[in-house]
Design a protein around this ligand. Structure first.
Ligand SMILES: Cc1cc2nc3c(=O)[nH]c(=O)nc-3n(C[C@H](O)[C@H](O)[C@H](O)COP(=O)(O)O)c2cc1C
Length: 167
């Protein structure tokens, strides 16, 4: 089993004095942009945030992003819908990009947590306003990033009841 897949957990407590560097953020966003996307449309943009006030403001806006108070960085994944032909696909593409960031973070010794924004109608406008994201672009997710201050045990598991083989 791939080690990052095997050990990844959502990290909700970070060491607040351990910064995430620009180089590290670039590596995470490189991983994101290596994700597959429908028709290779790559319907995404990324905003890398390290400004303390903005990280705190994310937590003020998003009730389930309180970990941003100790995270030293966040990446806002912004969806850029590609029109009628690819309607409905951007969430899958941005989800794949988001997961790539989570797995790359593990590989780099960092922790991360996916905080959903899209499709929650009450969250989209507030995050959009905070980061000047203008329609048709849509804030898809905020990913908290930092050096973990907790080591949660593996949670996922192989569930026979969810699997069938057709042979
Ligand atoms: C679409 C999506 C949205 C999520 N939103 C949040 C969130 O807003 N806040 C949070 O703390 N965790 C969020 N999570 C993380 C899940 O709670 C977490 O993945 C799940 O409980 C399994 O735990 P694990 O990631 O540690 O394996 C989200 C995960 C996904 C895939």
């Amino acid at each position: 089993m791939n080690e990052a897949i095997n050990s990844r957990r959502s990290i909700r407590r970070y060491q607040p004095d351990k910064p995430v560097t620009r180089e590290q953020l670039k590596q995470l966003m490189t991983a994101a942009m290596l994700a597959p996307s429908a028709k290779n449309s790559r319907p995404w943009e990324f905003i890398a945030v390290t400004k303390r006030e903005l990280l705190d403001e994310i937590a003020n806006i998003h009730p389930y992003a309180q970990m941003c108070r100790t995270a030293t960085a966040a990446i806002v994944v912004v969806a850029v819908p590609q029109g009628k032909e690819l309607e409905g696909y951007f969430s899958q593409d941005c989800g794949a990009a988001t997961q790539n960031i989570l797995l790359e973070a593990v590989d780099m010794g960092l922790g991360a947590c996916w905080c959903g924004v899209f499709p929650r109608k009450e969250r989209i406008p507030e995050i959009a306003k905070l980061f000047d994201i203008v329609e048709p672009k849509i804030p898809f997710a905020v990913i908290a990033v930092g050096v973990a201050d907790e080591t949660p045990k593996q949670r996922g598991f192989y569930d026979e009841t969810k699997v069938s083989f057709v042979e």
